[in-house]
Design a protein around this ligand. Sequence first.
Ligand code: GRG
Length: 308
Amino acid sequence: MVLTGDMQASLKEQAFDLRSYLAERRAKVEAALDHSLPVAYPERIYEAMRYSLMAGGKRLRPILCLATCELVGGSIEMAIPTACALEMIHTMSLIHDDLPAMDNDDYRRGKLTNHKVFGEDVAILAGDGLLAYAFEYIATQTKGVDPVNLLRVVACVGRAVGAEGLVGGQVVDLESEGKSDVTLETLNFIHNHKTAALLEASVISGAILAGASDEQVSCLSRYAQNIGLAFQIVDDVLDITSTPEELGKSVGKDVQAKKATYPSFWGIEQSKEQARRLVHQAQAELADFGEAAIPLIAIADFITSRTH
Ligand code: GRG
């Protein structure tokens, strides 16, 4: 039988061992993060920053950044400082999200939340410290990258974090709490900003570091926006179907707080179907990259099949 290009790519994808790929990348990211933040005086703040940074997690954002850098011909070494910075930013957003003034959570990544261990004052500062250090780290540690591309990455990550990204999404989320008339449009706004924006910055920053064309960056942006929303839909479903042990944090809080979620609009099965549809749309954006995109195709599938 003669195999078409698509069939060959699909067979290679089936043979691709995502579990080993993720484990190997995660180990690289863990080692780089461990090295990125030594403890110095005043020890308490460094310990608080390291406590959350080194508490585990899937390390999805750094892994995506490394994957897209390689996809367009760059190396892991070029992208590792940005990959670490993205995890520092993600971690600081979790620390602040868990504070009593926000979601008021006691557990995260299977451990007590930062403010439960270090107090609210230090937890706020640990988040601030990680955010500032993330940008310093990109600027001082990146090697072998065109400075224009490096500046574009700093701007792209900054935009994803501020009022046009995570901060904006969180504000609308807080405003929507307790309201029974939240629309699907508002829910999409919240998660395009709270969740998809940093995933998008992770995906495109790796590619920009390696000198991707505008067209490549646009395809990767659309890939990331689709997996970002799919990721959040799955997150909402897991909050209903999973256990605290599996997720490493409390579950069922959305239902308890009568929060608008994707399952509250569509139910569980239709939410899963929508997530799968978004993942297929994301994967279609990678067509021009050929077989080199197999890791990103597999990561998109992982988003709907994950259990934590
Ligand atoms: C960024 C300046 C600044 C402030 C923070 C609190 C806040 C503003 C935004 C909230 C952002 C937030 C917590 C979004 C939720 C994103 C999300 C789905 C987190 C879970 O990500 P996973 O599953 O977690 O990748 P792990 O633990 O695996 O890394």
